[in-house]
Design a protein around this ligand. Sequence first.
Ligand code: ZN
Length: 424
Amino acid sequence: MQARTTAVFLWTILSATPQLAAAAAPTPLLAAAPTPPAPTVLATADAGPPMLTGLRPFTGPENTRIVFEFSRPVAFVAPDSDRAPALAITVAGEAIARAPSVPTLMRIRDGVIDSVEAVTGVDGARLKIWFHDSTAFRVVGLPAEGDQPFRVMVDARRSGAAQATERRLATIAQSKRRDRVRVIAVDAGHGGDDTGARGPRTVRVLEKDVTLAVAKALVDEINRIPGLRGELTRDGDYFVPLHERYHLAEKMKADLFVSIHANSSKRRGSGSGTEVYFLSLRGASDQADADLANAENAADLVGGVPPQSEDGLVSILYDVKRTSALEQSQLLAETVLDHVAADRRLESRGVKQAAFVVLKSVEFPSILVETAFINNPVEAKLLKSRDFQQQIAKQIAEGLRHYFSRSGVELRGAESQAIERSGQ
Ligand SMILES: [Zn+2]
């Protein structure tokens, strides 16, 4: 009887939770089962115990993040932060169900975390993480936000990694001076638990994967252009806070910052085309742009970064830098959009302004490219295709090259190539 109740409960949760229903879709048994009427499902799901619906690891250069996802908030006990060889998180006093997709034991073995165990039952849950070594960690409970459910997030620090990052960025800055090249920081939007926008039901694709693929292709294209060097702000599937993205670019002494994203319209499938943004200090061009900036800025909420107060830095020098950066950002946005719009598969929606956190540095011109609409089935297919990713990367890179010539900067390699040609 107990087992049957649980089975019915699992099925109703699977039907009620879109993400789980999608994950279960390839299983013929579940796909063939009749769908219960929606109101009954919701009532049953509310009545049942909370469920552990996800266990996901994300390995980044400086830390490994483990995300435990629950169907409803649970009261858990764990240290906020510490350094130890292992960590136990307990949920006591209530039964915890578990989605079939969540393993009891997950081996990570990425040099930071050895393995994760998740035991659930009628008396609660015991989540245990064994670190590779004695490791500094922090534990955060994140309330449900948008389409993200309640999560318990563990960040475990890779020892010595922060110093390694600093060294890597300093090396980029040094080689830039030595080789007299212009460095372009290419920022792949979202990552890790922050998936960004999603494709429609017919095209399974996530914004975080598209942005990384386009960003990598863009770095390759930039590196083909003499005098330019492309560097990524993230090169894998992990979360980077928004302010950290431009701080990385500042430390590598970048000359330009280009953030890659995919758009999503709330009105289903109605959006299409490319738009390029630069920072607005006064708010957005219109309500839709303000909504978009809010959606992109919400990445930090998803990733568990506490809201930051605005930098209180006010000086004449700062104002001059900011004005110059904004003027150059507008020129950069216009030039890049011209080149992307050359691809007739995408309509140009124009250059726009909104208060994107990631564009806030005053050290270099910054733009955010909303490549295409990922919730539009036609454009989602484009965004998913290798061919299109390379094509749009090539056009953005051409736009970057043209930007330097429009702003009167002669690129070093281009100049020596010209001399070689004239000498022949
Ligand atoms: Zn985005």
